[in-house]
Ligand binder design. Structure first.
Ligand SMILES: [Zn+2]
Length: 239
């Protein structure tokens, strides 16, 4: 037994472990970035709009009661005016009062109109921002869920692969593991497929002797150029 398939599997496992570690780090970064700051900002905006609305509503109600008071006063003055019996000096002063009150009332009514507009705008803003908040909050929650689910998957897969790696290391003879680890230390993937007569790692054509040794006798063969351990393509495809 040449243990080539086992080493090929070992290599695949180690490649996947590296990928999983990278993804794990990426997910951790993404999760750290999920501070919910944007949501807090929207919420603060909604709260501010609510406070403004309360303030505006208060002013509007004060206006309503002042207009009512003015209405009553105008009635009083008007009846004084038409009751008769008042001196002309008093009449002038009553008419001045009436003018003044009417002006005040007109100003108040204009202000009321703009208050109503402002209240409408604020209500619209609160409604829109609340919808936006809910949508973003839902998106955030599902994003967090997905990330955490994937993190759990990675954790399990990683553990599983590590166990498989341990098993393979126990099976593969020591001297082969030494060569394998030496190639890893050189930052090379230790295994390469023999494609036609070439090493798939460096592309170098192999001698007929080498090719035959591997293909016919299944002997343990290394690339004469890069030193990678060669495996026949059909062995890999069978997996
Ligand atoms: Zn090679």
């Amino acid at each position: 037994m040449n243990y080539l398939k086992e080493m090929w599997r070992l290599q695949n496992i180690e490649v996947e472990l590296v990928k999983l570690r990278k993804e794990w780090t990426q997910i951790k970064e993404w999760l750290n970035r999920e501070t919910g700051e944007d949501l807090a900002e929207i919420q603060a905006g909604i709260n501010e709009a609510r406070e403004q609305w309360e303030l505006c509503k208060g002013e509007y109600e004060e206006g309503v009661s002042e207009i009512e008071t003015i209405g009553r006063k105008l009635e009083q003055f008007n009846s004084q005016l038409y009751e008769g019996g008042a001196q002309s000096k008093e009449l002038v002063s009553i008419q001045q009062n009436i003018e003044q009150l009417r002006r005040r009332k007109r100003n108040l009514e204009e202000k009321q109109l703009s208050s109503i507009q402002q209240l409408d705008d604020l209500e619209q803003k609160i409604a829109n921002e609340t919808v936006r908040f809910q949508r973003l909050d839902e998106q955030r929650k599902s994003r967090l869920n997905r990330l955490m689910e994937r993190r759990d998957e990675i954790r399990e897969r990683y553990k599983d692969l590590k166990d498989q790696r341990e098993e393979l290391r126990k099976i593969i003879p020591n001297f082969m593991m030494v060569i394998y680890n030496d190639l890893v230390a050189q930052k090379k993937r230790p295994m390469a497929i023999l494609t036609d007569e070439n090493c798939s790692g460096c592309g170098m054509a192999q001698t007929v002797l080498n090719v035959n040794a591997l293909k016919k006798s299944g002997q343990y063969t290394r690339c004469s150029n890069c030193g990678r351990i060669l495996i026949a393509g059909d062995e890999v495809e069978q997996e």
